[in-house]
Write a protein that binds this ligand. Structure first.
Ligand SMILES: Nc1nc2c(ncn2[C@@H]2O[C@H](COP(=O)(O)OP(=O)(O)OP(=O)(O)O)[C@@H](O)[C@H]2O)c(=O)[nH]1
Ligand SMILES: [Mg+2]
Length: 470
């Protein structure tokens, strides 16, 4: 029997967008692909809730109803808190607007509650095997749809989707790891998209398949860069040997990075052998990208060399290679920038640095960060850049650094997720959430030392009392 869905999407400005459809997957792709019809702040970004109906009429009726709901009520719905939804409906200033749930809606309530229980529903074994098969062996179009479906699953916040996503990743894992993972960062406007377009096409011409993923911590706020990327990568984005996926648009940086890392694994399993992860140089996103890639490239403008203050030392330390882009604008400035950045890296101890012991013995076998000039707009220097990347890969593979980096990344990834999971469990703990508001207020007002509040909360967490009292 056919199903109809009502869904809520979170928009770039934090508001919610409601709709109905009989093909949720296709509709989500339309929302993600479409740059028209929305203002940049109203662009719908993330699927936060969906409910299933047997008839189109039922879906439309429910959609009409939730469109009139308050924000609090929508959020209660998203949280799956139907009791609260009902309460809010009853406490509404205009009692007339409360309509008791219809039979279809009641079914929806039950279904939603069932999905949120400890034993979440899973993709049937056949459907899951089919999805995996299409990711690994599908023809270009089927594969793209399967990748999109898998990534949508990874990005979903629903517990049952997470279970499926974990199964999927575990099944795909043996097919991952063969790609070269390249991180690219730079301030807005430095030319990342322009560069990735020419680099991607250059690599495709050499027989590679290229996936481009983005971590944009600002996309929840602006929603704008997706549009910029599509127009700047117009040839690459439609090429059948390329796959471009914009940043997951909600959640913490850690959460966004997690989704991107997992999306990278899906692309690798599908046979993309160069995965580019792009980020704008704000916040901690560079560290996140450097921590999930084999090589981290920082893009700079020619004038950056004049103002080394502008280059954060921490970011410079992450860079395996620095690109000076837009060298066509002023060749002299680009030369100066190259010299200055090279010498700055030397000052930071990154190039030809003094080393002792094992490091010194391996001196010739180690990669030393490099600076290259480029004009992405005029497609000049891409070959020089890729030569450097190839050298990096050869050197770091033969000295074992590449494998060590990946091992280290996997473990730190595991711990990061454990930290995040523990924190989430902590916040959800009933004892903790009961105490939290009062303790937060006391800490804010200076009535209670932060460390004491933390200890009390940790001690309160069910089953964790002993761990906290040391
Ligand atoms: N002259 C010159 N202009 C360039 C070059 N590379 C990019 N541009 C221009 O710089 C502008 C910004 O380029 P983008 O590729 O959108 O920059 P971006 O880093 O992706 O920017 P965000 O997506 O906003 O972070 C565009 O107008 C490009 O045409 C270059 O090598 N030379
Ligand atoms: Mg861009």
């Amino acid at each position: 029997m056919k199903s109809f869905y009502v869904y809520l999407l979170k928009c770039a400005d934090g508001s919610y967008y409601g709709g109905h459809t009989d093909d949720i997957e296709a509709r989500m792709q339309q929302h993600h692909a479409s740059d028209v019809g929305y203002t940049s702040t109203r662009k719908p970004l993330e699927l936060v809730w969906q409910g299933e109906f047997e008839t189109r009429e039922g879906a439309i009726a429910f959609e009409q109803q939730i469109k009139g709901w308050s924000r609090a009520k929508k959020e209660a719905l998203i949280a799956g808190d139907w009791t609260r939804v009902q309460e809010l409906a009853k406490s509404n200033a205009k009692p007339a607007s409360f309509e008791p749930f219809s039979e279809a809606q009641n079914k929806l309530v039950e279904e939603d509650a069932r999905l949120r229980q400890a034993q979440p529903e899973r993709l049937g074994a056949t459907a899951e095997a089919d999805l995996i098969n299409r990711i690994l062996h599908g023809d270009a179009a089927a594969q793209r749809r399967a990748i999109a479906k898998a990534i949508t699953l990874l990005e979903s916040t629903r517990a049952d989707h997470r279970v499926q996503a974990d199964e999927l990743l575990t099944a795909l894992l043996p097919q991952t790891g063969k790609a070269f993972r390249l991180g690219i960062s730079g301030v807005p406007g430095v030319g990342k998209s322009t560069f990735i377009e020419v680099l991607g096409l250059y690599l495709i011409a050499q027989g590679h398949r290229v996936a481009v993923l983005t971590i944009d911590p600002s996309s929840t706020v602006s929603g704008g860069s997706i549009l910029g990327d599509k127009t700047r990568m117009e040839h690459l984005s439609v090429h059948e040997r390329a796959y471009i996926r914009p940043s997951p648009s909600s959640g913490t940086l850690g959460g966004v990075a997690e989704k991107t890392r997992e999306a990278m694994l899906v692309c690798e399993a599908a046979g993309y052998d160069v995965v580019i992860v792009e980020t704008v140089g704000v916040g901690q996103s560079e560290t996140a990208v450097a921590n999930m890639t084999d090589m981290f490239v920082l893009m700079q403008l020619p004038n950056a060399g004049d103002d080394l203050q502008a280059i954060k030392k921490g970011v410079m330390e992450l860079a395996d290679l620095v690109i000076i882009n837009k060298a066509d604008i002023d060749a002299d400035a680009a030369m100066r920038a190259e010299a200055q950045i090279t010498s700055a890296m030397r000052l930071f101890g990154l190039v030809n640095n003094a080393m002792g012991g094992d490091q010194a013995a391996n001196y010739d076998k180690l990669w030393r960060p490099r600076v290259v000039q480029l004009s992405a707009l005029h497609n000049k220097g891409v070959d020089v850049f890729w030569d450097a990347v190839t050298q990096f890969r050869t050197i770091q593979t033969s000295n074992g650094q590449l494998a060590a980096r990946r091992r280290h990344q996997s473990l730190s990834w595991m711990w990061e997720r454990i930290d995040a999971g523990l924190k989430q469990a902590f916040r959800r703990d009933p004892a903790v959430s009961a105490m939290l508001p009062a303790l937060m207020a006391q800490v804010e007002n200076g009535q209670l030392p932060a460390s004491t509040a933390a200890r009390n909360l940790l001690a309160a967490q069910s089953g964790c009392a002993r761990a906290a009292i040391k």
